[in-house]
Every structure is written in structure tokens, then in C-alpha cells.
Write a protein that binds this ligand. Structure first.
Ligand SMILES: *Cc1c(COP(=O)(O)O)cnc(C)c1O
Length: 472
């Protein structure tokens, strides 16, 4: 039965349970089988009951949930999880996130949470400093890079149509000047989804060829832009999800600026290259863009869900997002209302773990995080390349490695599923320019040299045992 009276003793009791379960999870994390082992049926068996009439005891519910995590969850915050592009929360980020849940602030407007509004104002400025982007940019803390792309492209839609004399927020798209949308053949699927949300449609996206590393071809972009007139948005990318490559942003920036087009950069993880002295040249020229989307839950290693939208033209950003309703008593002064910068109305104070992590790491700590991840990626690529039959498909310029086995799709896929079953590490597959490939992403702060070499040993062991077993 639920407790319906405020009693700090009950909070204490449940929180103690939660902390004990959390500690146990974290203690096992570095050594546990990285993949999940329970099936859907097994998990349903453990969790599905008819919604109880009289509620169950809260502490028991917490125990029940915790009892399923070892077999039911993939340890995607394990130091040997290399799937997709996924980080694992830093201790300080996790602790700050616990405060966010405890404080239970609605971070939508200053009037509800001056503390969170100020924390996010400071964190926003730190991010612009860290990435060395125009300090006057608007910043919104959103759920992830999908929503960051959406937010930036909504600002872009507003900006290019405003310049063409059209107020899209008031009058919608019916009858509006047509917007040209250009993206590379390798743009992330979330750009297409943003186009759907924005009413521009995916078919409107004109593709520009990319090179063998997945970078947008500047000559092709120049031709494309020259063939178009009217409001134009160009979507470039820093950090290709497969190769980690960055588009040639300085040249793309020049083309966009000359054409008066809005340049948006999806830098979900690649933008973090700006934090490292040695990797910064990869994202050279990114400051020429009009908007930038990134994730904090990937490379900054804060808990989900945390993305950031940044827009050079703060007025366009605000005009696209604001919901200035009289009853919100929005502030007249310098105070920051998050609703002006994000699609959400009520929202979680997701800028707080970002603040905590940036402050606790400092510039040097963030640079070190990025450099170390890339060093581990290079280490894995070098070790793998020594094994006969293993080929690295990309230039390992950032934190991503593409691997192919015996130059064969079936064998490559079999190695990937064999490694997932083995459990030493977890990584996924992709299709790279028509070929199956294993994809390794090193994005976790805790991945050590030993984690990298143990994982390579497991991959090579699985590959050898498939070879020894012969054709399947
Ligand atoms: C991960 C990723 C996204 C989507 O980010 P979410 O945080 O999952 O919404 C967009 N673009 C790129 C390049 C990505 O790597």
C-alpha cells in the first residue's frame, strides 16, 4: 500500500534500498557479462501482473525492479560496451542526477526554479566557451541530439523564412516560400526525422555525395548550391556515426555564407573534438555555422537524457521555441526561462548534471576524456589489424572503428553475434558502403587500456573459433 503522508523516514528507507541496489549494480559493472541474458518472456514472467488494486509495498517494488537488472539490462555503461555511440555516467554526473530527481524541479521557467535556471545559464555559457562558438548563441538543454537537431532546424526554418519576409510561426508553411534543404548522403537519420517534424518532409532533402570516409564532397555541394535559389538550409556533420569523420566544415561554411544559406551542424559526438587541442583541427571551421546540435549523454558521460541545441542567432532560436503565454509570468529581465529555448514545456533539470560534470572535469579533464577515448579506439584498431583476416575499414581519426573479417559479410556478422554472446564486451554491426562491418565506438570515460586489449582478445578469439569450426 502506498504511503500517502509525507514522511522522511519512508524516503530514507527507500533511498537506502535504491543506493544499495545502485552500489551493487556499479560494483558488478566492470566484470559482468556485458550483454543481456534474459528473454522478453522471462522478463514478462518476472514483471507482469494485473495492475494491483491495492498497491504493493514500495520498497518491495524497488527490490523487484533491481532483481531483474543483471539479466535484463545490457550493461551499456560498462567500460567494455562499444555499441552505437554510448557513454556511461561519471560518478559526479550520476550524483547530480540523483539530486535532480530528489529536488523534482520543473525547470521550464525561472519562476519555478531560480536555481536550475541559473545553473543552466552558467552551463550554457561554459559549453559555448568549451566549443569556442559565438558566445551570444542561444542554448537549449533538450533530451538528445534528435531534439537538438529539431530545435536548431526549427530556428533555421524560422530564420530563412523571416529573411524571405515570411513568419512561419504565425502563418505556417502553407503558401510559404519553398525551403531548399541540403544534407550529405551520410547525414544521420535524425535529420530526416526533424524534417518530418518540421513539415518540410524527407523528400525535400537534397543529398550531396560523400567521400570514402563519409565526408560531404565540397565540389558536389558547391554545384548543388549554385543550382538553387531561395531560402536554403545546409545540414553538415561533425562525427559520422560509422567512421567518426567530420565534413570539411570550413569550406562548407564558406559556401553557405556566400550563398546566404543557413548552415546547421549535427555534432552529436564530433563537436567534442573541439575540446581537445590535438583533435580540434577535425572540426575546424565549425564556428562558421549558424546552429550546432550535440549530445551530453554520449561523450560527456552524463545520464540520459541530455542533448544541447545551440543557435548563433538567438532571436531566431527564441522565436521558434518560445511559448510566451501571459500566465507564465515570464521574466522581463535577465532571468532565463528554459521554455524559450526548447520544445518542452515542463521539463527535467537536465542541465544540472551537465553543470556538475563540466565543473568537476574542467577543460583539461574534458580534453583528456576525448583524447583517451580516441587513443583506446586507435589501440583497438592497431591490435585488431595485426590479426590475419581482420581489416580496418576507416581512418581512425576519432573514436570510431569499422572492422571487417575475412572480407565476408556472413563471417563479419557471425563474429559480431559471437562477441555479443561471449559477453566480454558488446559491440554492434553496420553496413558500410555496401559491406557488413563491426562498429566499435569508444565513448565511455572508464574504458582502460586493459579493457581495450581484453576486448580485442575476445573478438579475435571468437573470429578464430569460427574459422576453426569451418564453413557453417
Ligand atoms: C546519436 C546521434 C544522433 C541522435 O542523438 P540522440 O541523442 O540519440 O537523439 C544524431 N546524430 C548523430 C551524428 C548521432 O551520433
Amino acid at each position: 500500500m502506498a504511503n500517502d503522508r509525507f514522511a522522511s523516514a519512508v524516503f530514507d528507507e527507500y533511498l537506502k534500498k535504491a543506493v544499495a541496489h545502485a552500489s551493487s549494480y556499479l560494483r558488478k559493472l566492470p566484470d559482468r557479462h556485458v550483454g543481456a541474458r534474459a528473454t522478453r518472456d522471462e522478463l514478462l514472467q518476472a514483471l507482469r501482473v494485473p495492475l494491483p488494486r491495492r498497491g504493493d509495498e514500495g520498497g518491495d517494488v524497488i527490490d523487484l525492479l533491481a532483481s531483474q537488472v543483471d539479466r535484463g539490462a545490457v550493461a551499456c555503461n560498462s567500460p567494455r560496451y562499444f555499441g552505437f555511440v554510448v557513454g556511461g555516467a561519471y560518478p559526479v554526473a550520476l550524483a547530480a542526477d540523483c539530486l535532480v530527481s530528489t529536488w523534482d524541479q520543473n525547470a521550464g521557467i525561472y519562476a519555478i526554479s531560480p536555481l536550475v535556471a541559473v545553473v543552466e545559464e552558467v552551463a550554457a555559457q561554459w559549453l559555448l566557451d568549451l566549443f569556442d562558438l559565438p558566445r551570444e548563441s542561444g542554448v537549449g538543454f533538450v533530451t538528445g541530439c534528435q531534439m537538438a537537431n529539431f530545435t536548431c532546424l526549427a530556428a533555421a526554418r524560422h530564420g530563412v523564412l523571416r529573411r524571405a519576409g515570411w513568419d512561419v510561426e504565425a502563418d505556417g508553411l502553407a503558401g510559404a516560400p519553398r525551403i531548399n534543404v541540403i544534407a550529405s548522403a551520410e547525414s544521420h537519420i535524425t535529420i530526416d526525422v526533424a524534417m518530418r517534424y518540421l513539415g518540410l518532409g524527407t523528400r525535400a532533402v537534397q543529398r550531396v555525395e560523400s567521400d570514402e570516409q563519409g565526408r560531404m564532397r565540397v565540389d558536389a555541394l558547391r554545384d548543388k548550391v549554385a543550382s538553387l535559389t531561395g531560402p536554403t538550409i545546409i545540414c553538415a556533420q561533425a562525427g559520422n556515426v560509422n567512421t567518426g569523420s567530420c565534413d570539411p566544415l570550413r569550406e562548407i561554411g564558406r559556401i553557405a555564407n556566400e550563398a546566404g544559406a543557413w548552415l546547421h551542424v549535427d555534432g552529436a559526438f564530433g563537436l567534442w573534438a573541439r575540446a581537445s587541442e590535438s583533435l580540434r583541427p577535425l572540426a575546424d571551421g565549425i564556428e562558421l555555422a549558424d546552429s550546432w546540435a550535440t549530445d551530453a549523454h554520449k561523450w560527456l558521460n552524463v545520464p540520459y537524457d541530455s542533448g544541447v541545441a545551440m543557435v548563433r542567432h538567438a532571436q531566431d532560436h527564441r522565436a521558434a521555441m518560445t511559448s510566451a503565454a501571459a500566465y507564465l509570468i515570464q521574466t522581463q529581465g535577465e532571468e532565463r526561462d528554459a521554455v524559450d529555448w526548447v520544445p518542452e514545456f515542463s521539463r527535467r533539470a537536465r542541465g544540472v548534471p551537465v553543470y556538475a560534470t563540466l565543473r568537476a572535469l574542467g577543460r583539461d579533464g574534458i580534453a583528456d576524456l576525448v583524447d583517451r577515448s580516441c587513443a583506446r579506439a586507435r589501440q583497438m584498431a592497431e591490435l585488431l589489424a595485426q590479426a590475419p583476416g581482420v581489416r580496418i575499414l576507416n581512418e581512425v581519426a576519432l573514436n570510431q572503428v569499422l572492422v571487417r573479417f575475412d572480407d565476408d559479410d556472413d563471417i563479419t556478422r557471425a563474429v559480431i553475434s559471437g562477441v555479443q554472446r561471449d559477453g566480454t564486451c558488446w559491440l554492434g554491426g553496420t553496413n558500410w558502403h555496401g559491406q557488413a562491418a563491426m562498429r566499435i565506438s569508444v565513448s565511455n570515460w572508464a574504458t582502460t587500456e586493459d579493457d581495450a586489449s581484453r576486448s580485442v582478445a575476445a573478438i579475435v578469439r571468437v573470429f578464430r573459433s569460427l574459422r576453426d569450426a569451418g564453413p557453417t
